[in-house]
Write a protein that binds this ligand. Structure first.
Ligand code: SF4
Length: 364
């Protein structure tokens, strides 16, 4: 049972492991582009374009993709740091759009973010202890209790309270600052942590320590993570599910071992093939991806990956592929005509398999 003093009763049930904590449906966000000339037609960057996914309680969904694929915008939409153009979200069974007053406040408390830039995330005028205690105090916790909470959380993230509590951010290393950011997020007793490139700026040994800490906290506090990273190794380490994005859309999503062991989408295969692996069994045969992503203001018709895809055919330029399940695991879904027997893609279905797995349509 959760006994945190800030907890409001509406989300007491931390639930079974397979129940969805967060469901995202058809989320869209287009950013207007400032007009540069005589063009009368308004233009938009298609940052997030019809993204749907869910994250089960106590699980980690890793989001990967090249820079500009929409993963960080997706995170900000989920955190309600910006409003979507369309789409909806459900948090623990309740529609997020319906949240008002205490329910909205509670949602914001339940969902915390940790960003890549650990220094910019901290107020340089507050000590470490003040930083952690600040949020709970704003939410009504007494000063003494908040200070004790800050000490407890500092100790939990591996920082001696007497040694670090009175320090300022500039007196800490990058790894220590990120631990403080994690402690500050935990001070709200959240249920969902969004980690947006949270370990990207750390050197490898510190990164490993912070990843281990995140793993421990996840099981200890039954946390759910949305973990955004360009580093496929750390995504593999931390994630239960992986979502691959390309130009604002999901191209492949599924259990981590399916994605890393049996990737189907040529883009995912190319991403994985670019990752050096110590294990020959994990190496893919696909060529590394070439070229840059297309202009997100004017995405290509059909499959958005077609001008970089070695398996593209005419149908790929004419029609966008549907996100369909793979036969071996319905939770593994791919948006590629190779995975759609009805698409008219010239390659036989068997050539679309990866590691010999047959593909077939399960959902439309
Ligand atoms: Fe390649 Fe066509 Fe599949 Fe797109 S739909 S990834 S272009 S094979």
């Amino acid at each position: 049972m959760n006994t945190h003093p800030l907890t409001v009763d509406i989300h007491q049930d931390r639930g079974g492991p397979k129940q969805a904590l967060l469901e995202v449906r058809e989320l869209k966000k287009y950013f207007p582009v400032r007009s540069t000339g005589f063009s009368a037609k308004p233009q938009f960057v298609h940052a997030v374009d019809g993204v749907s996914f869910s994250v089960a309680k106590g699980q980690t969904l890793g989001i990967v993709g090249e820079s500009g694929c929409g993963k960080s915008t997706t995170a900000r939409l989920v955190a309600k740091l910006m409003a979507p153009d369309s789409g909806s979200m459900v948090f623990d069974g309740d529609g997020v759009d319906e949240f008002r007053g205490i329910a909205l406040k509670d949602f914001r408390r339940n969902l915390q973010m940790v960003f890549q830039d650990s220094f910019a995330s901290l107020n340089p005028r507050l000590t470490v202890a003040q930083t952690i205690a600040f949020g709970p105090q704003v939410h009504g916790m007494g000063a003494q209790e908040a200070n004790q909470l800050a000490r407890d959380l500092l100790a939990r993230v591996g920082m001696e309270p007497d040694q670090f509590g009175a320090r300022y951010p500039h007196e800490l290393s990058g790894g220590q600052r990120q631990r403080v950011n994690i402690a500050r997020a935990l001070a709200f007793d959240p249920r969902l942590l969004i980690l947006d490139e949270a370990v990207a700026a750390l050197d490898k040994s510190v990164q490993a320590q912070v990843l281990n800490l995140l793993q421990e906290l996840k099981s200890e506090r039954q946390l759910t993570y949305l973990f955004i990273s360009h580093d496929l190794h750390v995504v593999h380490y931390l994630s239960d599910q992986v979502m691959v994005m390309y130009l604002g859309q999901i191209v492949e999503i599924g259990p981590v071992e399916r994605i890393y062991g049996h990737a189907v989408h040529p883009y995912t295969q190319a991403l994985l093939s670019a990752v050096p692996s110590m294990d020959p069994a994990q190496r893919t045969l696909a060529s590394p991806i070439s070229g840059d992503p297309p202009n997100p203001i004017d995405p290509p018709a059909g499959c958005r990956f077609h001008d970089r895809c070695p398996k593209a055919q005419a149908v790929c330029k004419a029609r966008a592929p549907r996100l369909l399940s793979v036969a071996a695991d319905a939770a593994h879904q791919v948006a590629c005509h190779l995975n759609d027997p009805q698409s008219g893609h010239g390659a036989p279905a068997s050539s679309a398999t990866y590691a010999g797995l047959p593909l077939h349509e399960v959902s439309a």
